[in-house]
Design a protein around this ligand. Structure first.
Ligand code: FAD
Length: 333
């Protein structure tokens, strides 16, 4: 494993922030994992850099996870079990699955990043979260220097959350994930505009047509990071108590909401941000996307600090207007 020095991270993050890393190493085989402990510590891990905001030069070793491979472990009449190395691109896995007619992850088409990062924030879109198809996650423990496999209940999956964002944060490198996909998919088309898009495509629901519908919708709504730097949704949708929701509703009758059980209610962060007047805002090259207020964008030369400051201003104004504190979904380095 070769260690490179003073490397720009510009090609390695979708926000398009140009800061250097003191050192960079690329993990391409499991053998490389045994050498990590000989590198200057601490180390940080990057997959596709699509959920990261870089606010300063990184003084540490950045490990780029490029462990590749998709293996069919087992199948029966109804299901397949795939072991996928963590450096595979998530969308390539979706294409692989729909190519075989296997269902479960078609609603998650076109999410950028790597398979290894998918369980970390339990990626989700269009009514599906990745945890519904994950059987187990295997990681390399950076200080214990051994492999550990966690079955799904032990991953503590939640909304954009898992054990890898909490207790195990910074301590492990996810090396592979086992997925259980179905040969007899039931389709989830109720969310967003999927049904409308399928009608426009004049296509009956199938894993292929749903993935294509999701791709069409995402392409029309979200900025392409290759053109405009961004990391997808910058904030999580906040969950508030039903009591707080009822009080807010008295002042904001049009406030959208989704009951999530046990007296809790989820409010779309995009709506809150839009109500505070941020949609389409731009200062210098840092801005809020004009079609989706949840997405902060770098129009070219914004710094990570400018984007961070913008996100803090948004948090402050939403807190002031609604009494709700937004939580950042993006990891900040
Ligand atoms: C245009 C766009 C749309 C998006 N849409 C969605 C969406 O619909 N739903 C959604 O959930 N997310 C979405 N995202 C966010 C992002 O794609 C996901 O969070 C993705 O899983 C990040 O993968 P990555 O490989 O780029 O992770 P990175 O950004 O490289 O890393 C994210 C975090 O995980 C850690 N990490 C990465 N790989 C490993 C590993 N192998 N082991 C241990 N730690 C690791 C990093 O240290 C970092 O803390 C979107 C992003 C963009 C740019």
């Amino acid at each position: 494993m070769q260690l490179q020095h003073h490397i720009s991270l510009l090609p390695y993050n979708t926000f398009g922030i140009d800061v250097p890393a003191a050192h960079l190493a690329i993990i391409t085989t499991p053998q490389h994992l045994h050498h990590i402990s000989q590198l200057p510590q601490p180390v940080r891990i990057l997959g596709g850099g699509s959920n990261i905001l870089l606010t300063a030069p990184v003084p540490d070793v950045v490990l780029l996870n490029r462990l590749m491979g998709i293996e069919l472990l087992h199948q029966d009449q109804d299901h397949v079990w795939l072991s996928v190395s963590a450096g595979e691109l998530w969308h390539d896995l979706v294409l692989h699955a729909i190519g075989q007619g296997w269902g479960g992850i078609e609603n998650l088409a076109l999410i950028p990043g790597t398979v290894g990062a998918a369980p970390i924030q339990n990626i989700g879109a269009y009514g599906v979260e990745v945890c519904s198809t994950v059987e187990s996650v295997t990681y390399w423990h950076l200080t214990d220097r051994n492999f550990v496999t966690l079955i799904t209940p032990d991953c503590k999956f939640g909304y954009r959350d898992s054990i890898f964002k909490q207790e195990l944060k910074g301590k492990v490198l996810i090396t592979s994930v086992v997925f259980k996909l179905t040969k007899h998919p039931t389709f989830n088309t109720s969310y967003g505009a999927i049904e409308q898009e399928l009608q426009q495509m004049n296509a009956p629901p199938s894993v292929q047509s749903i993935a294509q519908a999701v791709i069409n919708i995402r392409t029309s709504k979200l900025p392409n990071p290759k053109i405009t730097g961004n990391a997808g949704s910058f904030f999580k949708n906040p969950t508030i108590s039903h009591t707080q929701y009822s009080q807010l509703l008295a002042q904001h009758a049009a406030m959208p909401h989704y009951p999530v059980g046990n007296g809790w209610v989820k409010i779309p962060a995009a709506w809150l941000i839009e109500q505070c007047g941020w949609k389409g805002y731009r200062k210098g090259d840092a801005g809020v996307h004009n079609k989706q207020a949840l997405v902060l964008v770098n129009y070219g030369a914004a710094t990570g600090n400018e984007l961070w400051q913008l996100s803090s201003n948004i948090v402050d104004s939403v807190l002031q207007k609604f009494g709700i504190e937004l939580e950042r979904e993006v990891q900040v380095w």
